[in-house]
Design a binder for this molecule. Structure first.
Ligand SMILES: [Zn+2]
Length: 248
Protein backbone atom coordinates (compact mmCIF):
# COMPACT_ATOMS: atom_id res chain seq x y z
CA UNK A 1 0.00 0.00 0.00
CA UNK A 2 1.24 3.49 -0.84
CA UNK A 3 0.35 5.54 2.21
CA UNK A 4 1.54 8.77 0.54
CA UNK A 5 -1.56 8.78 -1.70
CA UNK A 6 -3.73 9.29 1.39
CA UNK A 7 -1.26 10.96 3.70
CA UNK A 8 1.43 12.87 1.75
CA UNK A 9 4.85 13.40 3.30
CA UNK A 10 5.09 17.13 4.20
CA UNK A 11 7.72 19.27 2.48
CA UNK A 12 10.27 20.28 5.12
CA UNK A 13 11.64 23.05 2.89
CA UNK A 14 8.29 24.87 3.16
CA UNK A 15 8.69 25.24 6.94
CA UNK A 16 8.01 28.74 8.29
CA UNK A 17 9.04 28.16 11.91
CA UNK A 18 11.03 25.18 13.17
CA UNK A 19 11.62 24.24 16.80
CA UNK A 20 14.53 21.78 16.96
CA UNK A 21 14.56 19.77 20.20
CA UNK A 22 17.99 18.50 21.23
CA UNK A 23 18.58 15.98 24.05
CA UNK A 24 22.00 17.51 24.69
CA UNK A 25 23.98 20.46 23.42
CA UNK A 26 25.33 19.32 19.97
CA UNK A 27 22.66 16.82 18.80
CA UNK A 28 20.76 19.27 16.58
CA UNK A 29 24.04 20.21 14.92
CA UNK A 30 25.05 16.57 14.37
CA UNK A 31 21.68 15.44 13.02
CA UNK A 32 20.33 18.47 11.20
CA UNK A 33 22.85 21.33 11.27
CA UNK A 34 23.11 21.65 7.49
CA UNK A 35 19.34 21.69 6.99
CA UNK A 36 18.69 24.09 9.87
CA UNK A 37 21.29 26.52 8.47
CA UNK A 38 19.80 26.15 4.98
CA UNK A 39 16.29 26.86 6.29
CA UNK A 40 17.52 29.85 8.30
CA UNK A 41 19.08 31.20 5.10
CA UNK A 42 15.72 30.82 3.36
CA UNK A 43 14.01 32.94 6.03
CA UNK A 44 12.61 30.16 8.23
CA UNK A 45 12.57 31.04 11.93
CA UNK A 46 14.69 28.51 13.80
CA UNK A 47 14.56 27.86 17.56
CA UNK A 48 16.87 25.53 19.50
CA UNK A 49 15.44 23.81 22.58
CA UNK A 50 17.99 21.83 24.59
CA UNK A 51 16.39 19.42 27.05
CA UNK A 52 19.31 18.47 29.30
CA UNK A 53 22.13 20.51 30.78
CA UNK A 54 24.91 18.29 29.40
CA UNK A 55 26.39 18.13 32.88
CA UNK A 56 27.89 14.63 32.74
CA UNK A 57 29.17 14.59 29.16
CA UNK A 58 32.88 14.15 29.75
CA UNK A 59 35.38 11.38 30.39
CA UNK A 60 37.90 13.89 31.73
CA UNK A 61 38.76 13.60 35.41
CA UNK A 62 38.43 16.51 37.81
CA UNK A 63 35.73 18.37 35.88
CA UNK A 64 32.74 19.48 37.96
CA UNK A 65 29.20 19.30 36.54
CA UNK A 66 28.74 23.04 37.13
CA UNK A 67 31.84 23.92 35.12
CA UNK A 68 30.82 21.56 32.34
CA UNK A 69 27.26 22.92 32.23
CA UNK A 70 28.55 26.48 31.94
CA UNK A 71 31.05 25.53 29.23
CA UNK A 72 28.52 23.57 27.20
CA UNK A 73 25.96 26.36 27.44
CA UNK A 74 28.52 28.74 25.91
CA UNK A 75 29.44 26.24 23.19
CA UNK A 76 25.76 25.72 22.35
CA UNK A 77 24.87 29.40 22.22
CA UNK A 78 27.73 30.05 19.79
CA UNK A 79 27.01 27.07 17.56
CA UNK A 80 23.27 27.78 17.31
CA UNK A 81 23.95 31.41 16.50
CA UNK A 82 26.37 30.40 13.75
CA UNK A 83 23.67 28.24 12.14
CA UNK A 84 21.11 31.05 12.25
CA UNK A 85 19.01 30.22 15.31
CA UNK A 86 16.86 33.02 16.70
CA UNK A 87 17.01 31.74 20.24
CA UNK A 88 18.24 28.85 22.37
CA UNK A 89 15.92 27.67 25.15
CA UNK A 90 17.01 25.32 27.95
CA UNK A 91 14.57 22.94 29.61
CA UNK A 92 17.07 22.36 32.43
CA UNK A 93 16.72 18.60 32.94
CA UNK A 94 19.75 16.71 34.21
CA UNK A 95 21.92 14.94 31.65
CA UNK A 96 21.07 11.18 31.32
CA UNK A 97 17.94 11.72 33.47
CA UNK A 98 15.27 12.75 30.93
CA UNK A 99 13.38 9.50 31.49
CA UNK A 100 13.08 10.10 35.25
CA UNK A 101 9.84 12.06 34.86
CA UNK A 102 8.44 11.54 31.37
CA UNK A 103 5.14 13.27 32.16
CA UNK A 104 6.99 16.42 33.15
CA UNK A 105 9.24 16.22 30.08
CA UNK A 106 6.18 15.87 27.81
CA UNK A 107 4.45 18.78 29.52
CA UNK A 108 7.49 21.02 29.07
CA UNK A 109 7.71 20.10 25.37
CA UNK A 110 3.99 20.77 24.87
CA UNK A 111 4.42 24.14 26.59
CA UNK A 112 7.19 25.11 24.16
CA UNK A 113 5.08 24.06 21.16
CA UNK A 114 2.03 25.95 22.44
CA UNK A 115 4.15 29.02 23.09
CA UNK A 116 6.16 29.13 19.85
CA UNK A 117 3.53 27.57 17.55
CA UNK A 118 5.95 26.05 15.02
CA UNK A 119 4.70 24.40 11.82
CA UNK A 120 7.58 21.87 12.10
CA UNK A 121 9.48 20.38 15.01
CA UNK A 122 12.65 18.31 14.89
CA UNK A 123 14.21 15.76 17.26
CA UNK A 124 16.09 12.46 17.16
CA UNK A 125 14.12 9.46 15.87
CA UNK A 126 13.35 7.47 19.06
CA UNK A 127 12.71 4.33 17.01
CA UNK A 128 16.28 4.19 15.70
CA UNK A 129 17.42 0.57 16.15
CA UNK A 130 20.33 0.23 18.57
CA UNK A 131 19.88 3.73 19.99
CA UNK A 132 21.08 3.09 23.52
CA UNK A 133 21.09 6.60 24.97
CA UNK A 134 18.08 6.99 27.25
CA UNK A 135 17.91 10.77 26.70
CA UNK A 136 17.59 10.37 22.92
CA UNK A 137 14.82 7.81 23.30
CA UNK A 138 13.02 9.81 26.01
CA UNK A 139 13.07 13.15 24.19
CA UNK A 140 12.12 11.59 20.84
CA UNK A 141 9.14 9.93 22.47
CA UNK A 142 8.19 13.08 24.42
CA UNK A 143 8.19 15.26 21.30
CA UNK A 144 6.15 12.61 19.46
CA UNK A 145 3.63 12.55 22.32
CA UNK A 146 3.47 16.34 22.31
CA UNK A 147 2.67 16.28 18.59
CA UNK A 148 -0.42 14.21 19.26
CA UNK A 149 -1.60 16.35 22.15
CA UNK A 150 -0.66 19.99 21.42
CA UNK A 151 -4.06 20.68 19.85
CA UNK A 152 -6.12 19.07 22.62
CA UNK A 153 -6.69 21.68 25.29
CA UNK A 154 -7.97 19.23 27.90
CA UNK A 155 -4.62 17.40 27.83
CA UNK A 156 -1.64 19.07 29.50
CA UNK A 157 -3.85 22.01 30.58
CA UNK A 158 -0.93 23.39 32.58
CA UNK A 159 1.05 23.84 29.34
CA UNK A 160 -1.00 26.63 27.81
CA UNK A 161 -3.78 27.01 25.25
CA UNK A 162 -4.03 24.47 22.41
CA UNK A 163 -2.46 25.25 19.02
CA UNK A 164 -2.54 23.50 15.63
CA UNK A 165 -0.27 20.43 15.79
CA UNK A 166 3.02 20.86 13.92
CA UNK A 167 4.61 18.34 11.57
CA UNK A 168 7.80 16.54 12.54
CA UNK A 169 11.19 15.84 10.96
CA UNK A 170 13.14 13.15 12.82
CA UNK A 171 16.89 13.23 12.36
CA UNK A 172 19.04 10.16 12.86
CA UNK A 173 16.35 7.94 11.33
CA UNK A 174 16.89 4.42 10.00
CA UNK A 175 13.95 4.87 7.59
CA UNK A 176 14.27 8.40 6.19
CA UNK A 177 11.81 9.61 3.55
CA UNK A 178 13.29 13.04 2.83
CA UNK A 179 16.78 13.95 1.63
CA UNK A 180 17.87 17.59 1.80
CA UNK A 181 20.70 19.06 -0.27
CA UNK A 182 23.07 20.73 2.23
CA UNK A 183 26.04 21.23 -0.10
CA UNK A 184 26.07 24.97 0.62
CA UNK A 185 25.83 24.70 4.42
CA UNK A 186 27.74 21.51 5.22
CA UNK A 187 30.99 23.27 6.12
CA UNK A 188 29.05 25.54 8.47
CA UNK A 189 27.46 22.48 10.09
CA UNK A 190 30.88 20.96 10.79
CA UNK A 191 32.17 24.28 12.09
CA UNK A 192 29.19 24.60 14.46
CA UNK A 193 29.53 21.00 15.60
CA UNK A 194 33.23 21.45 16.36
CA UNK A 195 32.38 24.50 18.51
CA UNK A 196 31.22 21.91 21.03
CA UNK A 197 34.91 21.35 21.66
CA UNK A 198 34.34 19.75 25.09
CA UNK A 199 32.79 16.79 23.27
CA UNK A 200 35.58 16.06 20.82
CA UNK A 201 38.83 15.03 22.45
CA UNK A 202 41.28 13.55 19.94
CA UNK A 203 40.81 11.45 17.88
CA UNK A 204 37.07 12.26 17.81
CA UNK A 205 37.82 15.76 16.50
CA UNK A 206 39.12 14.05 13.34
CA UNK A 207 36.86 11.01 13.20
CA UNK A 208 33.51 12.76 13.59
CA UNK A 209 33.94 15.24 10.68
CA UNK A 210 35.30 12.41 8.53
CA UNK A 211 32.35 10.14 9.31
CA UNK A 212 29.77 12.88 8.78
CA UNK A 213 31.38 13.90 5.49
CA UNK A 214 31.28 10.34 4.15
CA UNK A 215 27.68 9.98 5.33
CA UNK A 216 26.62 13.30 3.74
CA UNK A 217 28.34 12.37 0.47
CA UNK A 218 26.64 9.00 0.41
CA UNK A 219 23.19 10.53 1.07
CA UNK A 220 23.94 13.19 -1.55
CA UNK A 221 24.50 10.52 -4.18
CA UNK A 222 20.84 9.52 -3.81
CA UNK A 223 19.69 12.89 -5.11
CA UNK A 224 22.69 13.86 -7.26
CA UNK A 225 24.30 16.47 -4.98
CA UNK A 226 27.61 16.63 -3.06
CA UNK A 227 26.29 16.70 0.53
CA UNK A 228 22.90 15.81 2.03
CA UNK A 229 21.07 15.11 5.29
CA UNK A 230 18.15 12.70 5.65
CA UNK A 231 14.98 12.88 7.76
CA UNK A 232 11.83 10.95 8.49
CA UNK A 233 9.16 13.62 7.94
CA UNK A 234 5.68 12.83 9.25
CA UNK A 235 2.36 14.38 10.25
CA UNK A 236 0.61 13.69 13.58
CA UNK A 237 -1.73 11.35 11.65
CA UNK A 238 1.23 9.08 10.87
CA UNK A 239 2.03 8.76 14.56
CA UNK A 240 -0.90 6.84 15.97
CA UNK A 241 -2.28 3.42 15.10
CA UNK A 242 -0.78 3.48 11.61
CA UNK A 243 0.92 0.21 10.66
CA UNK A 244 2.29 1.66 7.39
CA UNK A 245 4.17 4.62 8.88
CA UNK A 246 7.53 2.85 9.18
CA UNK A 247 7.67 2.63 5.39
CA UNK A 248 6.01 6.03 4.71
ZN1 LIG B 1 22.91 13.49 22.61
Amino acid sequence: MDLSQILPVPNLLEAKRVVAFSPHPDDNEMGAGGTLAKLAGMGTEIFWVVASDGGVGTEALGVTPDDLIALRRKEQEGAAELLGAREVRWLGFKDTRLRDDLRLLESRVVAVIRDLQPDFVMCPDPWLPYEAHPDHRALGHAVSTALLMANFGLVFPEAGAPVPAPKIAYYGSAWPNTTIDVTQTFDLKLQALMMHASQWPAPLDQQIPMYLTLQAASLGENIGVDRAEAFKVLTPHHLHFNVDTWQA
